[in-house]
Design a binder for this molecule. Structure first.
Ligand SMILES: Nc1ncnc2c1ncn2[C@@H]1O[C@H](COP(=O)(O)OP(=O)(O)O)[C@@H](O)[C@H]1O
Ligand SMILES: O=P(O)(O)OC[C@H]1O[C@H](OP(=O)(O)OP(=O)(O)O)[C@H](O)[C@@H]1O
Length: 188
């Protein structure tokens, strides 16, 4: 692989989708692609520009080797189209909205990946999820509960760049771009 896989992870509501959208233009200028995920979430649901598919369609895509990466979380299935391997081979960087739970498997397949962990003050997180209004309160509580299994171990893990999004999004975008510009060693 010639390009770098940039694996953006963080709690639900930490701002991954917002950051991707805000950084889309500057990332494109730097030759970094953002992959469109395939998700078994209805196309009408508020959220990122993902391709919504039925569980049966997802299974068919998976069976034909359509995904470079895939995982199940929050009652949904997520797939990263195998097209990213062509982009990486052509020398493009590729940014993926990833899963903390799938990090080990992703690292095994892409050993040189750059992990960017988006963090946000816990007090602000629930408030942002409620304001987003995409999930029910029960689903939001389930997502917050899921964080407990990741936060401490991930924040202390080597090779993980911590990117705080508790402040204005514009600052987070600038810090992400700095990190990518400086290269992997500076970010780790
Ligand atoms: N830096 C920020 N300041 C204020 N609100 C933010 C910020 N980043 C994201 N948000 C808001 O928080 C909510 C969750 O963000 P989102 O990008 O959907 O998170 P994720 O994709 O990680 O679940 C959205 O309503 C978004 O507008
Ligand atoms: O293993 P985890 O780190 O908990 O991640 C599980 C999934 O949840 C997030 O997606 P989704 O877009 O459904 O949720 P979000 O927008 O609320 O983050 C994330 O991008 C993963 O696909």
């Amino acid at each position: 692989m010639v390009g770098r896989l940039i694996y953006l992870i963080g709690p639900s509501g930490s701002g991954k989708d917002s950051l991707l959208e805000a950084a889309r233009g500057p990332l494109a200028e730097r030759g970094c692609r953002i992959v469109r995920r395939v998700i078994t979430r209805s196309a009408e649901a508020v959220g990122e520009a993902a391709q919504g598919v039925s569980p049966a369609q997802f299974a068919a895509l998976q069976a034909e080797g359509g995904f470079a990466l895939s995982w199940h979380a929050n009652g949904l299935s997520y797939g990263i189209p195998r097209q990213i391997d062509d982009w990486l081979a052509a020398g493009d960087d590729v940014l993926v909205n990833g899963s903390r739970g799938h990090l080990a498997q992703t690292r095994a397949r892409y050993p040189t990946l750059l992990v960017v962990l988006l963090t946000v003050d816990q007090a602000v997180l629930r408030q942002r999820l409620l304001a987003r209004g995409r999930e029910s309160v029960a689903d939001i509580d389930a997502r917050l509960a899921r964080n407990a299994q990741f936060s401490d171990s991930l924040q202390a893990a080597p090779g993980v760049f911590l990117l705080d999004n508790s402040g204005p999004l514009v600052h987070t975008v600038a810090r992400l771009l700095d990190c990518l510009e400086e290269g992997h060693s500076a970010c780790a």
